[in-house]
Design a protein around this ligand. Structure first.
Ligand code: KIV
Ligand code: ZN
Length: 563
């Protein structure tokens, strides 16, 4: 902002709570959850959900494990009313799920809400009125505290009066001093007490007091202080469920909720992926998976997050951003070389250790959870661009193409590939990486090519091998022959007999190629040039392990010539 613009703004006043307890606490269990996707989330959509979409989404929410679902504002619109009626009349509400309905503290709306819930087994009737000084001054034209409190009391009385009109429904009462986050705490408490005086909750039949950060004005520690202050000063704490409902204007809705739970709250309202007005509601997925990542069960099942995200995106027509915690496309992807190396080491070690000790804690650098636990796969974890390193390239060649490159070969291959990504100014996909590897490091056949070969084992001496080969060198074919203690060694001697040996072999590896369409072998030969001592790896891939080894040697020979 421009400095002169700052004149418009003021610091948010702190809460006077020097003996606050929440900073020393640790979260050990999950709160009650209430999804407000079908109400707060839906009312923020550019194109709200159709009744059919809401019905499908309700099933999804119940399937995740939500036991409380706010299904709308049935008195506000006919479509909301009809949706609720269909849920009830068509018996779509599972026995262990309680629906919640929101209504302003206005008489005709409250009456209509009771018509809407008739026949439901259990329903939370959620009334609210706005309480902050700003709302009192601007929206309610300088209304007094007393008149605002009376609105809450009037609504509470009418609700109490109407409960007997739905005898087959167990009604749970919820009150929100809307705009709690910038309401004077003593006044928020006064309104909550006034509603409690009417409803007379007990420890057996508790009231839900929802304390919304309707707008997130302050840092999360202030929110936590506000919640702790309310919990401490409420006169009948044992008869109330303290509920959080944070929005995300400052981008700290999740933090505010987590600190609010430390401060003593029992319940959390929010939406999937944080859909909601302006910057959104609290993202319940993130809070629940944060708890899971500390080993805490939540009762919510996000084990197939990609499918859930796809469903969410299709019914809401919103997109989950690529960097969104847990669900975003890129959040289990590392581009940086050093991160890729560390992740590859961590995954390998974790896989090794998990075989012997399945209860060992997860420990992979840069990954707070195992992506597989939420239905994400390893394939996307490491992606290759100019920031990537040898470990990432090796990881892709290994996981995607079954090629387990020797460690000392990885730097040269990695460098070639990320230089290319830098040159193209973009990410390379797994197939492009394979293509570069095959073009530049495997089965090279110029200037030297192996045209055909024959191996005769046990030439009379135990373990001895004779190699008769046809090679093409600088365009001319010739036959060569050599004897050695193995196929590669015999071929080296054949090259020597043709005056083409100016190197020695310093390392050799081979393995079956995993997951390939045809059963192939991969071999890697490291050679060292006579004279300057330059070392290079070449690779060969072929259905025959012997041929793979010979091709690897020819490749290394060609690379030494090119270098
Ligand atoms: O954000 C809010 O204050 C609300 C209330 C109606 C609970 O959505
Ligand atoms: Zn809200």
């Amino acid at each position: 902002m421009r400095p002169d613009a700052l004149r418009k703004y003021r610091p948010f006043p702190p809460v006077d709570l020097p003996d606050r307890c929440w900073p020393g606490r640790v979260l050990e269990s999950a709160p009650e959850w209430c999804s407000v996707d079908l109400r707060d989330g839906n009312q923020a959509l550019p194109q709200p959900m159709s009744v059919e979409e809401k019905l499908a989404f309700f099933d999804v929410l119940a399937g995740i494990g939500f036991k409380q679902i706010e299904v709308g504002f049935p008195s506000a619109a006919d479509s909301e009313f009809q949706f609720l009626r269909r849920l009830i009349d068509e018996g779509r509400i599972p026995d262990d799920v309680t629906i919640q309905v929101l209504v302003q503290t206005r008489d005709h709306l409250i009456r209509r809400t009771f018509e809407a819930i008739a026949g439901a087994r259990r329903a939370i009737v959620h009334i609210y009125n706005s309480t902050s000084p700003l709302q009192r001054r601007v929206t309610f034209a300088d209304a007094t505290r007393e008149s605002i409190r009376n609105i809450a009391v009037g609504g509470a009385r009418l609700v109490k009066e109407l409960v007997p009109t739905v005898p087959e429904t167990e009604v749970v009462l919820q009150y929100s001093p809307e705009s709690f986050s910038d309401t004077e705490l003593d006044f928020a408490l006064e309104c909550c007490h006034a509603v409690m005086d009417v409803w007379q909750p007990t420890p057996e039949k508790k009231i839900i007091l929802n304390l919304p950060a309707t707008v997130e004005w302050s840092t999360p520690n202030v929110h936590a202080d506000q919640i702790e202050w309310m919990c401490r000063n409420l006169k009948n704490r044992g008869s109330a469920i303290i509920s959080l409902h944070t929005h995300n204007d400052r981008g700290t809705g999740v933090a505010a909720t987590e600190l609010g739970l430390l401060a003593g709250a029992d319940r959390v309202e929010g939406t999937l992926f944080g859909n909601g007005e302006r910057t959104g509601n609290l993202d319940i997925v993130t809070v629940a998976l944060n708890l899971n990542s500390h080993g805490i069960p939540t009762g919510l099942d996000f084990s197939d997050l990609p499918t859930l995200r796809a469903t969410y995106e299709s019914v809401t027509r919103m997109l989950v951003p690529e960097r969104h915690p847990y669900a975003g496309e890129l959040v289990f992807t590392a581009f940086s070389g050093s991160h890729q190396d560390a992740i590859k080491k961590g995954l390998d070690r974790n896989a090794r250790e998990a075989r012997d000790a399945p209860d060992l804690p997860w420990g992979v650098p840069y990954l707070t959870i195992d992506p597989r636990d939420i239905g994400r796969s390893y394939e996307a974890i490491i992606r290759i661009n100019s920031q990537s390193g040898k470990g990432g390239v090796a990881y892709i060649l290994d996981r995607e193409h079954g090629l387990d490159l020797p460690k000392t070969m990885q730097p040269a291959v990695g460098k070639r590939i990320y230089d290319l990504a830098d040159n193209r100014g973009r990410e390379l996909d797994a197939d492009e990486i394979r293509e570069v590897f095959y073009r530049e490091f495997a089965n090279l056949d110029a200037p030297l090519a192996l045209v055909e070969y024959e191996l005769v084992h046990d030439t009379g001496h135990r373990g001895e091998v004779r190699c008769s080969a046809v090679i093409r060198h600088d365009g001319a074919e010739r036959s060569i022959e050599g004897v050695g203690n193995g196929p590669i060694n015999a071929f080296v001697h054949a090259l020597e007999s043709a005056g083409l040996k100016d190197f020695k072999i310093t390392d050799y590896r081979s393995h079956a190629v995993r997951g390939g369409s045809d059963a192939s072998a991969a071999a890697y030969v490291q050679t060292q040039r006579d004279g300057d001592g330059k070392m290079l790896w070449g690779a060969g891939v072929d259905p025959s392990i012997e041929m793979a080894g010979l091709k690897a040697l020819v490749t290394a020979w060609n690379l030494l010539r090119a270098d």
